[in-house]
Structures are given as structure tokens and as C-alpha cells.
Design a protein around this ligand. Structure first.
Ligand code: ATP
Length: 914
């Protein structure tokens, strides 16, 4: 039977036996060769779902017009046209189009930023190629590949299971069934519905438990999920609570302004007795001046730029609200291994009955001497001379899933670092793990899980490949208190079996842990000949302890610095680890979390009720022997205390805690797909320092959003106050409606965009966290908006009247007023870049290249606006003499000086700090 492997997609696969499925997929249990996989990739294409068809450019552009403000403007343009004001009609329509184009470009930019991040989140798969285990991009999988699955993996393609151990898969993404399905290798009847095809696994579903080996039967669009055409989003698009609030605020403001404009229209018409056309122009002027047109778009782009900046610092945002929440985090709960420490494990000491051995060498190279009291241990005839060490090294080599490879003189690890350290130890003791694994293959295993904290493998005692009838042995390694509890005996120095000296071993464990070493105990037990399967009962008691190993995992230097940084930023760092309490406290000391910290352990957590737990989490910095289930309770208890919690995690069982946390942080490297899907942030380098950076960026984004609002609102405020005042006192408008649109849509947006790129302020990580309920329009911001609006009003009106007083025409006086407004904006930009700190510093005056570019652009645009005949025709402007120009710049500068004095005063009065 030969046919193309993926046609029909899944029809026969579940009705075929595993061997037949391999044959149909033209492959073997050992997988494909790389050459064959490459060839198949050519025919089948990458294992990826086509992105959802994006809306066409035209549709996207048209969508921009669907906006309340633009409706208002379009109606105004229509009325203007009916009244024969052609120039105003053209200007307003130009603004409408410009606004839509700006929205279009911004949206494109934000979308691009998210696209780039999506790429960073592409999943990986472990596959057999050329007979070796390799990690590849899931996109490179082809039908016929043999993949290895473990708990926490997301299935990279549709597969037919070949081997399954305790395998449970959450298929809710496909079937909606929330209870994980127990999978089996046996074929099922041909007409079984999807949910009953127990020997198949579908792309996009999650392994919640167990391990498996499977052959890929369909990839990309041929998969079940591809056929449904459903995309699993790796990055959730959308908005944040703050942006939603600001959008709602802009909408309400627009409505209020429309009502005010209508009132103004009636007031002008009935009270002031103005002409209908003139008063209509004024009302339109008020509407366009008061509405912050650019605000929502600029806030969106500020957020998108923050997201991009975080990505360059290894924090990939999956859910946008996290950007905001990051800025108010009060406690970061971090895993220890790999996040706070380097996860480069090296065995430093081995303790057997009657001997403590120091182990030399660094990294994973299996080279380095073992010494007892300074004397080098000869590795020849180890079995006879040091039987306990030999037996311990045997467990280290066989009860192990990792592999070490030498490449260009460098020893590289594939697998878990703790296990890598043990392989290296076995090598130093003169064993060859690779050969041993071939000679004494594993017959069964109990895999390591954080909850059980041990791993066990079944082997034949001799070297005959495990024929029936041969003696069997189970080899166990794990956390010492777990393993010691399973042991009845110990292997003595002379190779005889003695009764376990429990006290002695606990003291040795304690001594290792105090030195900050991770401790593992290794043990074995003979099992009856012919044993085929391993069960928890086989290892529950009666084991013989071989010894302990003490492994160091030094703290990351960057983590030490980041912990100190968090401390000044008012953020508590809490370590949650599966490691021993004493080891954890020792490492916490090295990290600067505090000396001699008392660790609370998992069992103590379990004993505490919710109220007690809330007390416990208030002061505890280290939680040890904690399993993922404890994390959820910890997060809840902290949240109940009013904390904003960031929590890291990597395993499938960490997912609930990651979801519950205010900011769930999944590990990008060692994290499972399940954790990544639950987290709102994925850390590209698993490094604690990146979390601190993300917090810093989160605070910066919030600052920049606040600066944007504080910058834009007073411009609208100043303009509308000027108009209202003019109508109230019955004089001509100091700025014409078309000119206001020019300022709002050109100068303001060019300047405000700069704020999206503002660098982090120096004191960002010296402030306490922002209260999550702090309003964006805080009392300080409202005061600043009101104050600056008044300054702008004074500048606009003052200069307008000053020009008229000097005999200028209304056109010239208006040109002066508009230019004054823009000059004030430019100087205000320098002020707003530091909301509370002084701007008259070298750095503040120099600005950034972007600031200078924007200012230069606005200056050039104002020259065009004032001096070119075309613009003069369009906006009714006139050329101004140089001295007027100087006076205008002088007014702008005055605004900056006044605001600096205000900052100084507020600081002196202690109203604001910083
Ligand atoms: P965290 O990442 O939360 O700091 P951890 O890596 O320190 O956690 P676990 O991986 O849950 O914690 O390990 C807990 C304990 O289990 C370790 O202290 C060690 O004694 C034991 N252990 C770790 N890895 C293995 C393994 N591969 N086989 C057997 N035992 C192990």
C-alpha cells in the first residue's frame, strides 16, 4: 500500500496499526534522514498555517474614516461647500484624508511590531533525524518525521502515536472538551469520531501528562486544525484598559464639545447677533480645536513602540495589557534554577558511606580528578576498590535522559543540566555513559516530575540487553528526603549492604545544602527476574542508598544586579523553588535577597490556611520544595494582600498560576508550550534580569503615555479657550478654524510622536511602583493641563492683540497667533519630556536626535505655512518680519521658563517629588 502520506488527511491513520502507519508514511521508528526530510519539505511545504488573510489595503484605509471626529469634519466640509467657502472645504477635506492616512500608517506600524514578535514565538519540536534526537523549528516538520512528546508540549503537527506512556492530551482547542483525553497506541475503528481516535494527536493540542513517540502524518494546512482554518493566535491583538479608557474619554470629550459648539452657535446667533455663516465657522472652529484628534493614534503607537523595545530586551509581550501592568508590579515571584541562577550544573562533591570526594573540573567536560582528602582516586578497578562510588556513577549514567557531545573541543549538553552534571561525573569516574546505555538499555521508567522529585529506570542487571529471566534492577535518583524515605539500606564502603544510617545522611544533606549546593540522592534496588514494567510501588521502599551528590549552580551576575535594582524600585523579589530549603536560602544570600533567610517549605504552605498564608507571604522571601500547585495559592494570597504580582513559570502545571498572576511570565527556552500560552509575557532568555528590564520599560511606556496626554490636551485647551473668549467678548477669532486644523494635525502630531520614543528617565527604577488604580488624568496632570492651557490662551490672545495694536491686519495678527502657538508647543515639548524633573539640564536642552528632527521639521513647515504663496492662499497667512519672528520665539521660551519655575516651586513645596 503506497500513497502520498497526507492524502486523504487523516482518513485511514487511526484505523491502522502503528507499524502499518509507519509504512504508509514511508518511514521507520528511527525517523527520517535529514536529506529525506529536506526533500519532503520541498514537496509538502513548511508546517505552518497560512496567516489569516489580512484585510485589503483599501478596506483598511476606508476603515479609518469610520470615526466620529471625521464624520463631524465631513459634515462641516459639506456645509462649508454649500455656503461656497471652497478653500475651507478643501482644507477640512485635506485634514480628513490626512487623519485617515495617519491612522492607516500608525496601524500598519503597530501591526508590524506585533508580527515581528509573533515570529519570535514560533514553537519547536523534538524529532529523530539520522537516528539522532534534534530540536527543530516546528515549521520544518514533514510527514514521516518521528517526534518525541513530553508533558507541556503543544503538538506540532497531526501525529499517529507509536509509543505512549501515561499520555494525556488536552484537545479543547479542537473539540471543546476540557477534560484531557487519555491516549493509546492501539488502532480504533475507521468510523470513530475525532474525539475517539485515541491513537492520533492533533496539531495545536497540549500534552498535559506523560511522554510519547509519534509519527507525523499531516502538517500545515493538511492538519485537522488547518482544515478547520482556525488560527491559534500566538500574540493576542487588542488594546489595554488604559487605552480603552482614553478612547472612551476622547469619545465623551468629542460629544461634550459638539454640544458646547452647538451652544456656542446659538449664543453667537441669538445673543451676539452674529451672522449665521460667521457663527457656524466659529462653532466648527471650536469643535476642531477642542477635540484631541491625534491622541488615540499616538497612544497606540506609543504602546506598540514599548512592546518592540521590550522584545529587543528579551521580553515578548503576548497580551498587551501586561505592558501597563508591568509598571505597577509590587512583587516578582521568580523560579530559581535558570532564572536567578545560571543553570550550569557541576557536581562538586560526592558523599558515599565512609568517604567524601571532591570533584574537579568545570562545565560538562567529563574530565577532572576525584579526590579523597586531597588524594586522587584512581578510576581503574573502581568497582572493587570503591564499590559505592562505582554503583553511584552507574546510576548517574543510566538513570539519565541527557546526552553530552563533544564538538570542536567543547562539551555540549542536550537535556536537563542536572542530568548533564551527573553524566559528566560518571565520565570522571571512568565510565562511558553512551556505551553503557547501549549495553544495558532502559526497559521502563518513571519520568522526573516536579511533584515527585525523583526519577527511576529499569534495567537488566547484566549486559545481555535484557533477555527474559535475567535479574533486574531499578535505579533511582532524586531529592534526598524523597529517596531516603524509600531506602532501607546503604551500600557500605566495602561493598556490603548495611542498615541505613538516616541521621548521618540527613546531616550530610544539610551540610551540602548549607554550601548552596543542590543535593541529589542516588539509590538502587534489585527486582525479580523478568520484571517488565516499573510501578511506583516498586520504588516505594526497600532501596539501597549509594550516596549523595552536591551540585553547584552559581547565581547569574546580572540577576544579582537586577535584584538590587528591583529593591530600589520598591519591588519585592520572592524566590520559589523546588530545591531544598537550606540550599535555597544559601543562594538567596548570594543573590542579595537577604542573609540567613528562613525558607518556608511546601509542606508548611499546605498546612497553613488562607488567612495564615496571607500573613506568611507578607514577609517571606524564599519558598522551597514548592511544587507548581503551591504557586497558585501563593499568587492568590499575595493578591489578597493588595500586591500586584508577576510570577514566572515553565511547566505545564505552572499554567494556572501564570494565568492568575497579574503578569504571568513564561520561560521562552526551557518553558513548555503550555506555560507560554498561559503567560502574558515570554522571556526569550529565561533571565531574571530581563524581568527587571521589562518592568523598567513598562514604567517608561506609562510615563510616555502620560507625557503624550499632558502634551496634547493643553494645546486643544489653549485653542478652545481662545475661541470661547473671542466669542464671549465679541471679537474676531484669533485663529481661523482651518489654521487650528493645521496646528492639530501637522505640528502637534509631529511633535507628540517624539514622545512615543522618549528614552527612560533616570529615576524610573528609583520610584515606588505606580498604584494600579492611579488615574492617567491624575490631579497633577489635570493641574498641568489647566495651567498650560491658560498660558497658551495668554500667548495666543496676547500676541494677536499685540499685532492688531501695532496696526496689523486680522490676517497678519492671526499668522502671528498661529506661529506663537506652534512656538509655545515646541518649547512645551522640552518641558514635558521631564514631567517633574528640571528640563534645563545639558541632556534636557540637547534633546534626542528625534526631538531635534521633529523641531526642525516643524520649523520648516511653519516657514512654508507663513511664506509660500500657495499656503498663504490656502490658510490666509501673510509673511512676517524677522523681529516678529524673534518675539514669537521669545514667547515660546517664556512658557518654558514659567513651567520650569512651576516645577521648582512644586518640588520645593513637596507637592511632587523627583
Ligand atoms: P525552580 O526552577 O522552581 O527553581 P528547581 O529546578 O530547583 O525549580 P525542580 O526541578 O522541581 O526544582 O527540582 C526539585 C528537586 O528535584 C531538586 O532539588 C532535585 O533534588 C530533584 N531533581 C531535579 N532534577 C532532577 C532529575 N532530573 N532527576 C531526579 N531528581 C531531580
Amino acid at each position: 500500500m503506497r500513497s502520498t502520506p497526507d492524502k486523504p488527511p487523516l482518513g485511514p491513520w487511526h484505523a491502522l496499526a502503528a507499524e502499518a502507519a509507519l509504512e504508509l508514511a514511508r518511514t521507520s521508528a528511527g525517523g527520517l534522514t535529514q536529506a529525506e526530510a529536506d526533500a519532503r519539505l520541498q514537496t509538502h511545504g513548511p508546517n505552518r498555517l497560512a496567516d489569516v488573510e489580512p484585510p485589503s489595503l483599501l478596506a483598511r484605509l476606508l476603515r479609518q474614516f469610520n470615526n466620529l471626529l471625521l464624520y463631524v469634519l465631513m459634515v462641516a466640509a459639506l456645509v462649508m461647500a454649500l455656503m461656497g467657502h471652497w478653500i475651507d472645504t478643501v482644507v477640512i477635506m485635506a485634514v480628513v484624508v490626512l487623519n485617515a492616512v495617519i491612522g492607516f500608517v500608525q496601524e500598519g506600524k503597530a501591526e508590524k511590531a506585533l508580527q515581528a514578535i509573533r515570529h519570535l514565538l514560533s514553537p519547536h519540536a523534538v524529532v529523530l533525524r539520522d537516528g539522532h534526537q534534534r530540536e527543530v523549528d516546528a515549521a520544518d516538520l514533514v510527514p514521516g518525521d518521528v517526534v518525541l512528546l513530553a508533558s507541556g508540549d503543544s503538538l506540532p503537527a497531526d501525529v499517529r502515536l507509536l509509543l505512549a506512556r501515561n499520555l494525556r492530551i488536552d484537545e479543547s482547542a479542537l473539540t471543546g472538551e476540557s477534560v484531557p483525553v487519555e491516549k493509546r497506541v492501539e488502532a480504533v475503528v475507521a468510523d470513530a469520531p475525532i474525539g475517539d481516535r485515541l491513537c492520533l494527536g492533533y496539531a495545536g493540542t497540549l500534552v498535559t501528562q506523560g511522554q510519547a513517540r509519534a509519527v507525523v502524518v499531516a502538517t500545515g494546512a493538511s492538519t485537522e486544525i488547518g482544515r478547520i482554518g482556525k488560527m491559534i493566535e500566538s500574540v493576542e491583538a487588542g488594546t489595554t484598559p488604559l487605552l480603552r479608557k482614553m478612547e472612551a474619554f476622547s469619545r465623551t470629550l468629542t460629544l461634550v464639545i459638539l454640544v458646547a459648539a452647538a451652544a456656542l452657535f446659538l449664543f453667537g446667533l441669538l445673543v451676539r447677533g452674529m451672522g449665521a455663516a460667521e457663527v457656524f465657522m466659529t462653532a466648527v472652529g471650536l469643535a476642531v480645536s477642542a477635540i484631541p484628534e491625534g491622541l488615540p493614534a499616538i497612544m497606540t503607537i506609543t504602546l506598540a513602540i514599548g512592546v518592540q523595545r521590550m522584545a529587543t530586551r528579551h521580553a515578548v509581550i503576548r497580551r498587551l495589557p501586561a505592558v501597563e501592568t508591568l509598571g505597577s508590579v509590587t512583587v516578582i515571584c521568580s523560579d530559581k534554577t535558570g532564572t536567578l541562577t545560571r543553570n550550569e550544573m557541576t557536581v562538586q562533591e560526592v558523599v558515599c558511606a565512609g568517604a567524601v570526594m571532591a570533584v574537579e573540573g568545570a562545565g560538562y567536560a567529563p574530565e577532572g580528578a576525584l579526590r579523597i582528602d586531597g588524594e586522587v582516586v584512581a578510576t581503574e578497578a573502581l568497582k572493587v576498590r570503591l564499590p559505592a562510588l562505582h554503583a553511584l556513577a552507574e546510576v548517574a549514567a543510566l538513570c539519565n535522559d541527557a546526552a553530552l557531545h563533544e564538538r570542536a573541543g567543547q562539551w555540549q549538553l542536550a537535556g536537563d543540566p542536572t542530568e548533564g552534571a551527573l553524566l559528566s561525573l560518571a565520565g570522571k569516574a571512568g565510565l562511558n555513559p553512551t556505551e553503557m546505555q547501549v549495553e544495558r538499555p532502559r526497559l521502563d521508567l518513571i519520568p522526573f516530575e516536579s511533584e515527585h522529585r525523583f526519577m527511576a529506570t529499569l534495567h537488566s542487571e547484566g549486559g545481555d540487553g535484557g533477555t527474559r529471566g535475567e535479574a533486574r534492577v531499578v535505579l533511582v535518583k532524586g531529592a534526598p528526603e524523597r529517596v531516603l524515605a524509600m531506602c532501607a539500606n546503604q551500600l557500605g564502603a566495602d561493598g556490603t549492604i548495611e542498615r541505613l544510617d538516616d541521621e548521618h545522611w540527613h546531616a550530610e544533606v544539610e551540610a551540602q545544602a548549607r554550601a548552596g549546593r543542590r543535593v541529589l540522592a542516588l539509590a538502587r534496588r534489585a527486582l525479580p527476574a523478568g520484571t517488565e514494567d516499573l510501578d511506583h510501588a516498586d520504588v516505594a521502599a526497600g532501596l539501597t542508598l549509594l550516596g549523595l551528590v552536591g551540585i553547584i549552580d552559581p547565581p547569574r551576575q546580572e540577576a544579582i544586579e537586577a535584584v538590587a535594582q528591583c529593591c530600589t524600585a520598591g519591588i519585592r523579589v520572592v524566590m520559589i523553588t523546588g530545591d531544598h530549603g537550606v540550599t535555597a536560602s544559601a543562594i538567596a544570600g548570594q543573590l542579595g535577597l537577604g542573609e540567613g533567610l528562613q525558607a518556608i517549605t511546601g509542606p508548611e504552605l499546605e498546612a497553613a490556611n488562607d488567612a495564615q498564608l496571607r500573613e506568611l507571604v507578607r514577609n517571606t522571601r524564599v519558598f522551597a520544595r514548592a511544587s507548581p500547585e503551591h504557586k497558585l495559592r501563593l499568587v492568590r494570597a499575595m493578591q489578597a494582600n493588595g500586591e500586584v504580582v508577576a510570577m514566572t513559570g515553565d511547566g505545564v502545571n505552572d499554567a494556572p498560576a501564570l494565568k492568575q498572576a497579574d503578569v504571568g511570565i513564561a520561560m521562552g527556552r526551557k518553558g513548555t508550550e503550555a506555560a507560554k500560552q498561559a503567560g502574558s509575557i515570554v522571556l526569550g532568555d529565561d533571565n531574571f534580569a530581563s524581568i527587571a528590564h521589562a518592568v523598567e520599560e513598562g514604567r517608561t511606556v506609562y510615563d510616555n503615555l502620560k507625557k503624550t496626554v499632558t502634551f496634547l490636551l493643553p494645546i486643544n485647551g489653549g485653542e478652545s479657550l481662545s475661541l470661547l473668549l473671542a466669542v464671549l467678548i465679541g471679537v474676531a477669532l484669533p485663529i481661523a478654524p482651518a489654521q487650528i486644523l493645521w496646528v492639530n494635525m501637522v505640528s502637534s502630531i509631529a511633535l507628540a510622536l517624539v514622545l512615543a520614543f522618549e528614552p527612560t528617565e533616570a529615576d524610573v527604577m528609583r520610584r515606588p511602583p505606580r498604584r494600579p488604580d492611579e488615574p492617567m488624568l491624575s490631579r497633577f496632570v489635570l493641574w498641568r493641563v489647566g495651567f498650560v492651557s491658560t498660558l497658551f490662551l495668554a500667548g495666543i490672545f496676547g500676541m494677536y492683540e499685540w499685532a492688531l495694536w501695532h496696526g496689523a491686519s486680522v490676517e497678519t495678527a492671526r499668522t502671528v497667533a498661529v506661529n506663537t502657538l506652534v512656538a509655545m508647543e515646541v518649547f512645551y515639548l522640552f518641558s514635558v519630556r521631564y514631567l517633574k524633573a528640571p528640563s534645563f539640564t545639558l541632556q534636557g536642552v540637547k534633546g534626542t536626535p528625534r526631538v531635534l528632527l521633529a523641531v526642525a521639521a516643524v520649523f520648516a513647515l511653519q516657514l512654508v505655512f507663513t511664506y509660500t504663496p500657495f499656503m498663504q492662499g490656502l490658510f490666509a497667512t501673510t509673511a512676517l518680519p524677522l523681529r516678529t519672528g524673534i518675539a514669537i520665539v521669545g514667547v515660546g521660551l517664556t512658557v518654558l521658563v514659567v513651567l520650569e519655575l512651576e516645577k521648582l516651586l512644586l518640588r520645593r513645596l513637596g507637592v511632587v517629588t523627583g
